[in-house]
Design a protein around this ligand. Structure first.
Ligand SMILES: [Zn+2]
Length: 315
């Protein structure tokens, strides 16, 4: 919900309507990877992790069945198909019956402090979307750590998890193979050079333009190539204004290529969404001055709001 507030909401206290369908699509994206088998070091002990204490969670079952019965290797490749629409409708019905229904349950009683609902959507109350945007990094961190804990504590998962400890990256990160596909595609589109220092480099990494630590969702438009030196030095910082302008320019010039790479690699690609996230990251709720990265050991203070107002969205 915090993600959706960032991607669809504004930096004011207005209400925000979100359809059950939109929530369902985000559920499918989050659970897609998790409905594939978690592979332990011993090949015969792999299985889909349990997300419920009793039987498997019904959303995981629906996605699992969809994946078994179709050729699609990602939600983004399945989008637009009839089968996918059916999956979204099934998940939307479960979402409405379960999480949306129980999220505002306080001490056994429904207290609609976050949203009002009707049969096909929820509407976040005044100020809720603003607070979700403001505190999204904290909310996301709490939710992810509780989620991983819940899965670890479920005794059904003990034989599946084994000794290996990469649960967090399995649950929430894009696989190395996928990133390798992204890297190859970006090299073809942008050439073998670093997005930041413009130097050719024999080794280039896939860098999250808006840092993954700030907004941990892999979207195709957010990927650029960086030499190891820039990548390491930029780390979790936001890039300086010159790079923000360069990035916006790059998106408008290469929009079709970016979509194609995303389709091949199975990474969601939506320019409007990526720009909304950038707008949030640079100006989110007027956090005042932010320190942005220029090059190793050089930073520039930026006033979030000024920065956002000056960048224009390509059409
Ligand atoms: Zn560089």
């Amino acid at each position: 919900m915090a993600d959706l507030a960032i991607e669809h909401g504004k930096d004011d206290s207005s209400r925000l309507e979100i359809s059950n369908k939109t929530i369902a699509e985000r559920f499918i994206e989050l659970y897609w990877q998790q409905s594939s088998p978690y592979k332990t070091s011993k090949a015969n002990e792999s299985g889909v992790l349990f997300q419920n204490n009793g039987v498997q969670a019904s959303i995981v079952k629906s996605i699992d069945a969809f994946r078994q019965g179709n050729r699609f290797n990602s939600p983004s490749s399945a989008k637009g198909s009839k089968e996918y629409e059916r999956l979204v409708a099934t998940v939307a019905a479960t979402v409405a019956k379960q999480p949306i229904n129980y999220l505002q349950n306080v001490g056994g009683e429904t207290l609609p402090f976050l949203y009002e609902r009707n049969s096909s959507s929820i509407t976040l109350k005044n100020g809720v979307s603003y607070c979700l945007r403001r505190f999204q990094p904290l909310i996301q961190q709490l939710a992810r750590s509780r989620w991983a804990d819940f899965i670890k504590r479920n005794t059904n998962n003990t034989p599946i998890l084994g000794e290996k400890d990469d649960l967090n990256s399995f649950l929430f990160e894009t696989s190395r193979q996928t990133l390798a596909l992204v890297c190859r595609g970006l090299k073809e589109a942008y050439g073998n050079k670093c997005f930041y220092c413009n130097k050719a480099s024999p080794k280039l990494d896939v860098d999250h333009f808006i840092p993954f630590s700030l907004y941990p969702r892999d979207l195709m438009h957010n990927f650029v190539l960086a030499c190891p030196n820039c990548n390491r030095s930029k780390s979790d910082a936001l890039a300086a204004k010159i790079y923000l302008d360069r990035w916006v320019n790059l998106l408008s010039k290469h929009s079709n290529e970016i979509l194609n790479i995303g389709e091949k690699a199975g990474i969601q690609a939506n320019q409007e969404t990526s720009l909304a996230i950038a707008k949030w990251a640079y100006g989110a709720c007027s956090r005042g001055e932010i320190s942005t990265w220029i090059k190793p050991n050089q930073y520039e203070k930026l006033k979030g709001e000024t920065c956002v107002h000056t960048f224009t969205f390509p059409r």
